[in-house]
Design a binder for this molecule. Sequence first.
Ligand code: FES
Ligand code: FE2
Length: 389
Amino acid sequence: MEREAGVALMRRLLQVVEDQRPEMADRFMQVPLECYQSEDLARREREIFETQPLALIAASEIADPHDYVVRSAVDRSILLTRDADGVAHAFLNYCRHRGAEPAAGCGNRRLFRCPYHGWNYDTKGRLTGLPLRDRYEGLDLSDFSLVELPSEERHGLIWVVLRPDSKIDVAAHLGDFDADLASLGCDRMSYYNALPAEPLATNWKSVVEGLLESLHVPFVHTGTFDQNPQAAGVDLAIYDSFGPHVRYSLPMFGRDDVASIRATAEESWDPARALASVWWISPGLLIAEELYGLIYADLTPGSTVSSAVFRYGWLSPTRTAPKGQPSPEEMAARAAQAVGQDQPVWEGCGRGLTHGAHGYALIGRNEKGVQLFHEAIARETGYSGLGYR
Ligand code: FES
Ligand SMILES: [Fe+2]
């Protein structure tokens, strides 16, 4: 984040830490259980995931020419490649013959041979050859490339829109947060996977809720995440939103530090050390500052209303640990452990939100990030059922 913006956040956080109260929402929010159950709403949400840019992989996952990764997103198989000229592409991973999936897994290869009848595609998606070629005389192979999706490499991530006839403009999508993401230096970081794309048995929105508050940390992540020593301060945070995106920032200092920070001239403040921020980039991306790198996670709705697909990893600016810090591999392992702790609770929520008879989920005034998220997604789907008290 740019320094001036960081200093402004620090001023707000000093107040929050001094008062030992987070920036709060004005009211409690009631999210009707239908919000997690409705097929109609799920269809409208899916539409959002199909039409907005999704950061499907870190650019470093396909660092070299002919590197590739296959990912699934909103039930589709997507082939991401870097071609001989270093340009990244995203294709629907479906053979133009009869639809089998030519590529699988990840690695480095110049050709993808469809497992069904052996049609070959290159890293630009072109059909370069097929067996029994003489039987296909008169067929122009250039008419049978893999279908390419709009994609853009920006801030060290490969962004994709899942509908081929769409446009992509990631800077416009990120708006005010474009500068924040630029300043993080993701384009110089390497991805360490913590959790491959895993199905979770709960509605995707209930996972987002768990990513946008830290109230659960002392209960669910005992021993994994260092806690702010001012234990009462577990919910201390400030919140900002831009369009559908939410940022929340947490103090990395305690009440005992407030006086000395205030006694120091603002020119000498170091916001990069004094606060950590988490960005929820709608519809499905989480970027969070953690020690010397970033948590990078993405989330899409699963094939049913009560399932989600979640991938979680760690982006590191260095291959070796800075002095006294865990290595990138250890950070990824810690991230994996954390998701392993969240998962059973989230899936419990999945059952509770599907079978519960309690009418609505209550979102506290100190869960402002969760409230901002629900308001943003309701705006986008035109859902009008959120209640307040
Ligand atoms: S479906 Fe791919 S070669 Fe037949
Ligand atoms: Fe968690």
